[in-house]
Design a protein around this ligand. Structure first.
Ligand SMILES: [Zn+2]
Length: 254
């Protein structure tokens, strides 16, 4: 019987996906850790990053798994320390109830329920929510998000009006977005979409996103010219950009 040569699957770079992500578990110094492994055709070395989702390992397409795991073992101390810091940074589980804390412009607001009110209003560090959770338990998040969105609309317009002249661009139409992974988008037709969740952040981070999107009206790319427009208005933009990357996930609560 003639033996058939087994079919060899060759990954042709042109047809293969540029990268592939898989989840793995690994025992690291007496403790199971989980990580996302991203193999990429473009990557030349193995890298470790701790981002909002935990440990991410970047690896060349063909890097052997045992090589990856021996490197994990060699960096166990760093990884464990960074994972510990990441755990501490993670927001506590959130429950919609009276006394819960929501953020607005970087400040903590305590939710109080006031069914007698007709409008939800902030007073100092309290957000008085016009909601009756006895009769309609779902009204609390709806009212709070509506308040955050309307606060966001006013704030974003006010900040865009402040920065547009400095960038020499006409004041664009600003819309709220509900994206889960993007803070802002600048459309080729000049519309700017800003994520309403940004309103939870401190004003200096919101300003960075507003300026970033406005600067795209000048340069629709991330070229050196683009960043020099941003730097012209916010000389410390790199600090703000880092802070947004580091803390942004905290504001994706609802
Ligand atoms: Zn951009």
């Amino acid at each position: 019987m003639a033996t058939r040569k087994p079919l060899q699957l060759e990954l042709v770079p042109g047809n293969a996906p540029a990268q592939i992500a898989t989840r793995h578990q690994f025992r690291l110094e007496e403790r199971w850790i989980e990580y996302t492994l991203k193999r990429s055709l473009r990557r030349g070395s193995i890298t470790f990053t701790i981002d909002e989702d935990g440990l991410r390992v970047g690896a060349p397409w063909r890097a052997p798994q045992r090589r990856i795991e021996s490197l994990l073992g060699a960096h166990a101390r760093w990884i464990n320390r960074k994972l510990g810091e990441w755990q501490e940074r993670r927001p506590p589980p959130f429950t919609w109830q009276a006394g819960a804390i929501v953020m607005a412009l970087g400040e903590s607001l305590t939710l109080t329920l006031d069914p007698a009110r007709t409008v939800t209003e902030r007073e100092g560090s309290c957000l008085h929510v016009a909601a009756d959770v006895q009769t309609a338990p779902g009204t609390l998040p709806v009212k709070v998000v509506a308040w955050l969105r309307s606060t966001a609309e006013d704030w974003f317009e006010h900040r865009a009006a402040h920065y547009a002249p400095a960038l020499g661009v006409p004041l664009p139409a600003i819309y709220l977005s509900n994206a889960k992974t993007r803070w802002g988008t600048c459309h080729p037709d000049g519309r700017i979409l800003l994520n309403w969740r940004l309103i939870q952040m401190p004003p200096d981070l919101i300003d960075y996103v507003v300026v970033h999107e406005l600067a795209h009206l000048r340069e629709p790319n991330h070229s050196r010219r683009f960043w020099s427009w941003v730097a012209g208005v916010l000389p410390d933009y790199e600090q703000r950009r880092r802070a947004l990357r580091r803390d942004g996930h905290r504001y994706l609560l609802c």
